[in-house]
Design a protein around this ligand. Structure first.
Ligand SMILES: [Zn+2]
Length: 377
């Protein structure tokens, strides 16, 4: 392998080894800041840590354009620093067959440390080998795995780029997210009335019964061909000999059609309120729009992020492949803030499981791809 190929593999293993579950990205951020400092770029950290209750903010950096592309349109590269759990004390194993895994007691965290490693290494080559490149912006986010909290809290007035790439899409080489949904999370709190379960149950209002009635009337799973609804947690009551006064239900709705996410939320609210009124219980519903849907025009117009992505892939003899995602990522936020963002391929498989893996071969090609994206006007 070439020297820089070895370097990116070492860098990935180093990065993947660092603890950094959501809200605990400090050590990852320190590593990235130090590496950029070596390349002459001072990353700044925003105040997102205090806003979301983490130990680290988002990192932002800017590199002046060089050579014949110095005045070209700037382009932004984004990756998230957090991993899902279990993501602490990872042992990263480079296997003989060229796969890289954890010891299967934790995730590997290729999602998204491989994106970070690729961006740092590609920029290292671009700058140390004196390649012509447009101005480049860097954004490393926190808490992406928690509804993109970090990127949602970022101040986009700093950003100069229109075009953005976030390598955070798992799948075959060249894949990209063509669509990610709107997501609304909700919490329903029901307050009934406590009473003794044996002496005078008729005086109580059973909050769990209200919840059960409402939930049984709400269709879960796919509510139409592009919307899902899930009630994920329920807690209520305290002892078996009292009519339960309280019940708390939490759930989420995702939809490819923004209005339909809200229409489904309205339906949930009306069912709960009907049952609460009927039982004489009090009801509070909090809802929060976590991410906002986007759709990429697959007929990439010239100069768009997708057009650039296709051209960079062509240089490698590869093609772009659209993939509909029902996940959500930092790109939802970037697009919401007016950017032409694209969630592009990152070499990561079986993500969010302890079987997560990547391969040496893919990391090397992927880093070349990022380098191509950085050096093409
Ligand atoms: Zn990710």
């Amino acid at each position: 392998m070439r020297e820089h190929d070895n370097r990116v593999i070492d860098r990935f293993i180093e990065l993947a080894s660092i603890d950094g579950e959501s809200f605990n990205e400090r050590l990852v951020a320190d590593y990235i800041m130090e590496e950029f400092q070596k390349l002459g770029i001072q990353l700044s950290e925003d105040d997102t840590a205090s806003k979301i209750g983490g130990n680290c903010g988002n990192l932002y950096g800017f590199a002046e354009g060089q050579g014949k592309y110095a005045d070209s349109e700037p382009v932004l590269f984004c990756a998230h620093m957090d991993t899902v759990a279990p993501g602490n004390n990872k042992k990263i194993i480079l296997n003989d067959d060229g796969t890289i895994t954890s010891d299967h007691t934790t995730v590997l965290g290729a999602d998204d440390r491989v994106g970070i490693a690729g961006i740092i290494e590609a920029y290292t080559r671009v700058t140390t080998e004196g390649m012509d490149h447009p101005p480049i912006e860097f954004l490393f986010t926190v808490a992406e795995e928690v509804y993109g909290l970090g990127s949602s809290a970022f101040d986009y007035s700093k950003i100069r780029s229109r075009i953005a790439f976030a390598p955070d899409c798992s799948g075959e080489y060249g894949v990209y997210s063509s669509c990610e949904p709107s997501l609304i999370s909700f919490e329903v709190r029901i307050k009934g009335k406590a009473s003794h379960a044996g002496y005078e149950p008729e005086k109580g209002i059973n909050a769990i019964a209200v919840a059960a009635s409402a939930i049984s009337r709400i269709k879960q799973g796919w509510t139409d061909d592009h919307t899902t609804l899930n009630i994920g947690t329920i807690e209520g009551g305290s002892v078996t000999n009292a009519v339960p006064e309280r019940c708390i239900i939490k759930g989420e709705i995702r939809s490819d059609v923004h209005e339909d996410a809200y229409r489904t939320m309205d339906h949930v609210e009306s069912i709960f309120s009907e049952d609460a009124v009927r039982a004489g219980a009090e009801l509070w519903i909090d809802k929060k729009e976590r991410i906002t849907v986007y759709k990429i025009d697959v007929n990439a117009r010239s100069g768009s992020a997708l057009d650039r992505y296709k051209r960079a892939l062509e240089k490698q003899g590869k093609r772009a492949a659209a993939k509909k995602s029902f996940g959500g990522s930092d790109i939802n936020s970037l697009i919401k803030h007016g950017m032409d963002g694209l969630n592009i391929y990152g070499p990561m498989h079986s993500i969010h499981t302890t079987e997560e893996y990547t391969t040496v071969r893919e990391i090397i090609s992927f880093t070349e791809l990022i380098k191509n994206l950085m050096t093409q006007p």
